[in-house]
Design a protein. Structure first.
Length: 317
C-alpha cells in the first residue's frame, strides 16, 4: 500500500511540474488551456446525457450575452457586481439603479437591491448541508426577493455532485445556462500564466460560461463581454464574515436564523477559501482590463480589495 501511495504522489508531482512548464511557455500555454476546455466540454456533455437533460434545456452563454446586451439600454454607464463580503453594506448606496446595471448571485439579494441579472450557482446536492442551503436559496429568489430580480439563471448544473431530480423539483422553471469550469489551473500562478488565463476568459463567442476561481471573477468577465468599461465589485473582501451573517435585513427571523446556521459570523481576519488566490490574481486582471480600456473598481475604500483596485466614486456624491 505504501508503494502505491508513493508512486501516486510521485506521478502527481511530475504532472504538476509538467503543467507548470507548459503554463509558463507562451507557445504552449494558450493551446493547453484551450485543450483543457475542450476536455471539460466533453465531460459536460456526458453529464448532460447521464442526468437526462436536453441540450435545449440550457441557454448558450453567447446567446445570454446577446440577449442581455439588448436589455441594458441606458444602464451602460457601469456594471456593479454584488458579492457577499462584509463591505457590501458599506458601498451599495453608491449604486444609481436607474443608470447602472447590477449583477449578483446566491444570497446577494438579501442586501435589498434590485438586480438586472442574478445567478444561483449551488444547484442542489443529493444530501447534506447543500440541500438545506439550496432550499433557502429557492425561498429567497422565488418568494421573498422575487420582485427584486429581473433575470434569474441557474448555473453549476453540470457539477458531478448536483442531483438532477432535486434541481427539477425545486428549480422548475429556472433558466439553466451552459457553464464549464477551467480545471487544474490554480489562481496563484505567475503573472504570465494569469495573463494567459485572463485573455482566455475574455475571448468572446463561447457556448459556455467559463467559471474560473470564483463567481465574482466570472461575473467580471461577463461584464466585459456585455460591453461595460466600468465594473465595480462590492464585497470582494478576501477575509471576514459574509455581510448577511448578522442582522435581519427585513427578512423573516426564521429564514435569517437558519441561514446564519450555515454562514455563522467569523472573525474579521478569517481568510476565505479563495481569498489569497483571488487576491494574487487581481492585480493581473486589473492591468489586463486597463489595457483594454476597462476599469475595475472596488466599491468600498474599507474593503481589502481597495489596496489593489481604485475605489469607485459615485457621480451622485
Amino acid at each position: 500500500m505504501t508503494y502505491y501511495r508513493v508512486l501516486g504522489d510521485t506521478v502527481a508531482k511530475l504532472r504538476s511540474a509538467v503543467q507548470a512548464k507548459i503554463y509558463n511557455c507562451d507557445n504552449l500555454s494558450s493551446w493547453y488551456m484551450e485543450y483543457k476546455l475542450r476536455k471539460e466540454v466533453q465531460r459536460v456533455e456526458s453529464v448532460e446525457s447521464r442526468k437526462g437533460w436536453l441540450r435545449s434545456d440550457f441557454l448558450d452563454y453567447q446567446r445570454l450575452v446577446e440577449c442581455t446586451r439588448e436589455k441594458i439600454g441606458d444602464k451602460i454607464s457601469a456594471c456593479h457586481i454584488v458579492a457577499s463580503g462584509w463591505s457590501v453594506t458599506d458601498s451599495i448606496s453608491k449604486i444609481d439603479k436607474s443608470r447602472e446595471f447590477v449583477v449578483s448571485f446566491n444570497f446577494g439579494a438579501i442586501c435589498g437591491l434590485c438586480f438586472d441579472m442574478y445567478f444561483i450557482e449551488l444547484g442542489a446536492y443529493e444530501e447534506g448541508r447543500a440541500v438545506e442551503v439550496s432550499k433557502l436559496l429557492v425561498d429567497l429568489v422565488s418568494k421573498m426577493a422575487a420582485n427584486n430580480i429581473k433575470n434569474l439563471y441557474l448555473k453549476n448544473c453540470y457539477s458531478d455532485g448536483v442531483d438532477a431530480g432535486f434541481v427539477n423539483k425545486y428549480y422548475r422553471g429556472f433558466q439553466k445556462i451552459n457553464e464549464i469550469h477551467l480545471p487544474d489551473i490554480p489562481l496563484d500562478q505567475s503573472d504570465r500564466v494569469s495573463r494567459s488565463v485572463t485573455e482566455l476568459m475574455l475571448k468572446p463567442g463561447r457556448r459556455y460560461l467559463v467559471q474560473y476561481g470564483s463567481s465574482t471573477l466570472s461575473c467580471v468577465f461577463l461584464a466585459v463581454h456585455l460591453g461595460f468599461s466600468r465594473i465595480v465589485v462590492h464585497g470582494l473582501d478576501f477575509v471576514g464574515p459574509h455581510f448577511f451573517s448578522e442582522g435581519s435585513f427585513g427578512f423573516p427571523t426564521t429564514f435569517m436564523d437558519k441561514l446564519q446556521q450555515y454562514y455563522p459570523p467569523v472573525s474579521a481576519t478569517e481568510l476565505h477559501a479563495t481569498g489569497t488566490p483571488v487576491m494574487n490574481f487581481l492585480p493581473t486582471l486589473r492591468d489586463v482590463l486597463r489595457q483594454k480600456g476597462v476599469t475595475l473598481y472596488s466599491g468600498s475604500s474599507r474593503s481589502p480589495s481597495a489596496r489593489i483596485l481604485p475605489v469607485f466614486q459615485s457621480p451622485r456624491a
